[in-house]
Design a protein around this ligand. Structure first.
Ligand code: MSP
Length: 686
């Protein structure tokens, strides 16, 4: 799948002062799934994860528990390793920044930067935050406190060592502009370029041991340790310094660094400029994913709303949990975690679509063919069509994986599996099973085609659900094998298994929160009584195409793109805006409105608009928001109703105030900024 035939992927190395949670689990599962897809396509792969173990917080935590920092790290690092074992993560190396090889590598790098004149010493005075382990300028403080954590800061004057980062600002801007796929997704690249429009400072890369001793000593100043981020970033190289791919080619540079959006600057700016200063190759792509939200608050230890991934896996199974993470989050955007959504995915995608076809084949083969299938060539139109569909699904899914659109790759695979179910309905093999010897050959042909298409579908789902798909393949008397994605890879005449229930259905009312299953710690950030606005799901959508409504003069039919989803919505905007004015525009829509048939066209949602001072009705403007973003009112949790009616919508009136759309006093916002409307104060938005 990679042009080079090799694939090196990394996750961030996780701080040992936190327990593994869904945010960490997501990145690690994503890296695992991508690695397994690349393996499936024949690439040589290397997958790195690990723990970030130096720094003040670790030193303080260890002091508090009366153990040495290393002893503290040993315990906490193991928790991550165990968590990944439990989630069936097949990393090639688990690095710890306390590994002696890593420490030696960091010292070597510091020496090289020093020898090249890229590091200099300077007396420095600033406000230091222990919580954030960094200095803030006077201007950055909020009420005299650390602007990130709100904790007190100390004024510190000391000599430190600085990396000449500012010298690389113009080069970095040029590099990012010339390599549009270096930082993904697009809007994150623009954020980094925006950040680089401000002057870039040099980077303080040392901490005096008098203040912090738990770190890597600098070779040219042994009374200083390395700034923990510099120490951490070089893990991506130190881990593979001595290693090669099986064919002998070097592992560095990485194909993908996966990370959350909160640590994009350290990777896109600090890391990249240091590599440049050392004349080392840069990673090929840096991918910043969004956050998992719970009740629209970011999950974190400080807010206490942490979903323990391991408990979720114990309740619903490892593979279902992996499937949910990968299917539910559009890479790059935020996603909401809810147990209901997990159960629904499990029931509809997995129990219905994936489980059904397999159990039908097994049953019919057992009754009519003594559980044995023989490979045969396609003889009729439907059989050839199924074979073709399998080939197309492989091409489409792998292309989507290459573009990191994993939820679409899964959907393409489910389409194939649904096609198998339709093929079985159409061919009605249960009738053939009753035709005795005469029907046997036909029955074999039908079941062979269905089984072969399913085998390919299962192989495509294997990276996401390795254990369940091994089980499914075993039920067909098979394993992943050498050419899992090629039609005809069926091993001749092996006996099929008996019935299996791969994905037992789960009742939605049997939520962990409601029944007495092993407790999952899901603490909501705010438990307010349901506000009418909570029921409304607003999303940013992009207008792809505009057509006249065939039967209503005032209506347009808009084709919208919401993230990766396509929808058709009718809107009464024809009197007010031309098609050109609408095409390509971002709008805000009521996403969960009950579908309505408007004179023969099904409309799924409604565009929010307001009447401006001149009486023109104009859609509200999500500004920086991008297609697929949720639009929220701060502090009101999103608990959308499955099919909202207009009465529900009207219970939460939206109005324009000072150029932005508000619910009461609360401005509506996408994760990237407010929703604007050029209309007089008090104008209603609908
Ligand atoms: N140690 C640094 C990384 C150094 S890499 C050279 C670090 N560690 S961390 O443990 O705090 O965070 C690791 C990752 O978890 C980050 O990518 C962060 O974005 C991610 N997540 C933390 N909470 C998250 C969610 N709720 N959702 C998704 N990912 C989030 O930063």
């Amino acid at each position: 799948m990679s042009e080079s035939g090799t694939f090196y992927i990394t996750t961030p190395i996780y701080y040992v002062n936190d327990a593994p949670h869904i945010g960490h689990a997501y990145t690690t599962v994503l890296a695992d799934v991508l690695t397994r897809f690349h393996k499936l396509a024949g690439d040589q792969t290397f997958f790195l994860t690990g723990t970030d173990e130096h720094g003040q917080k670790v030193q303080q935590a260890a002091d508090k528990s009366g153990v040495s920092p290393k002893e503290h790290c040993d315990v906490y690092s193991k928790r991550f390793k165990d968590a990944w074992d439990g989630l069936n993560i097949g990393f090639d190396k688990f690095i710890r920044t306390t590994d002696p090889e890593h420490i030696a590598y960091v010292r070597k790098i510091f020496q090289a930067l020093w020898d090249r004149g890229q590091i200099y010493e300077k007396e420095y005075e600033g406000w230091y935050s222990v919580g954030e382990e960094r200095f803030f300028s006077e201007k950055e403080l909020v009420d005299g406190r650390d602007p990130v954590s709100g904790r007190p800061v100390e004024k510190i004057r000391e000599k430190n060592y600085f990396f000449r980062m500012s010298a690389y600002q113009d080069w970095l801007i040029g590099y990012i502009e010339e390599h549009p796929d270096f930082i993904l997704p697009d809007f994150r690249r623009n954020e980094v370029l925006g950040f680089l429009r401000q002057p870039l400072n040099d980077l303080c890369v040392s901490r005096p041991k008098s203040r912090l001793s738990w770190g890597v000593s600098l070779p040219f100043a042994e009374d200083y340790v390395a700034y923990v981020w510099v120490d951490a970033l070089f893990n991506y190289q130190s881990a593979v310094e001595e290693k090669t791919f099986p064919d002998g080619s070097p592992i560095w540079p990485a194909d993908y660094h996966l990370l959350g959006k909160d640590i994009l600057t350290t990777h896109a700016v600090y890391w990249t400029t240091m590599l440049k200063a050392l004349d080392m190759p840069l990673p090929r792509h840096i991918l910043a994913h969004g956050w998992w939200l719970f009740d629209n608050a970011r999950m974190s230890k400080t807010t206490g709303n942490v979903v323990n991934p391991l408990t979720m896996k114990d309740v619903y199974g490892v593979d279902v949990f992996r499937y949910f993470l990968i299917r539910e989050m559009v890479v790059g955007q935020d996603a909401s975690f809810s147990e209901e959504a997990l159960i629904q995915r499990m029931n509809s995608d997995l129990a219905n679509d994936v489980g059904n076809g397999l159990s039908r084949i097994l049953k019919l083969a057992a009754t009519g063919l003594e559980s044995r299938l023989q490979p045969v060539a396609s003889v009729d139109e439907e059989e050839s069509a199924l074979q073709k569909a399998a080939g197309e699904a492989v091409t489409a899914a792998l292309e989507m994986v290459r573009l990191l659109k994993l939820s679409v790759a899964i959907e393409d695979t489910l389409q194939l599996i649904r096609a198998v179910n339709r093929f079985l309905e159409f061919k009605a093999p249960w009738k053939l099973a009753k035709e005795g010897e005469a029907g046997k050959a036909k029955l074999n042909a039908v079941l062979y085609h269905a089984a072969e298409a399913l085998r390919i579908g299962f192989s495509l789902l294997h990276p996401v659900m390795p254990s369940k798909m091994d089980e499914a393949l075993a039920a067909l008397g098979l394993s992943l094998g050498e050419s899992p994605l090629v039609w005809g890879g069926w091993k001749y005449g092996r006996s099929l298994g008996q019935g299996v229930n791969l994905f037992p259905r789960h009742a939605v009312d049997r939520l962990v929160g409601k029944i007495d299953l092993p407790a999952v710690k899901i603490i909501t950030a705010s438990k307010s009584p349901t506000d009418p606005f909570s029921l409304i799901h607003l999303k940013v959508a992009r207008v792809e195409e505009v057509e006249d409504h065939p039967g209503a003069d005032s209506l347009y039919v808009l084709r919208l793109k919401i993230g990766e989803e396509d929808r058709t919505v009718c809107a009464g905007l024809k009197k007010h805006l031309s098609k050109e004015e609408l095409r390509g525009r971002n709008v805000v829509m009521v996403y969960n409105l009950k579908p309505a048939n408007l004179r023969g066209v099904e409309s799924r949602g409604m565009i929010l608009a307001a009447e401006d001072a001149a009486g023109k009705v104009v859609p509200v403007n999500p500004d920086q928001g991008v297609s697929g973003d949720d639009v929220l009112a701060e502090g009101i949790p999103l608990e959308p109703k499955a099919a909202l009616n207009m009465k529900d919508f009207e219970k939460a009136p939206l109005r324009v105030q000072s150029g932005s759309v508000r619910y009461g006093d609360l401005p509506l916002q996408s994760p990237r900024g407010p929703i604007r409307a050029e209309a007089p104060d008090g104008t209603s938005v609908r």
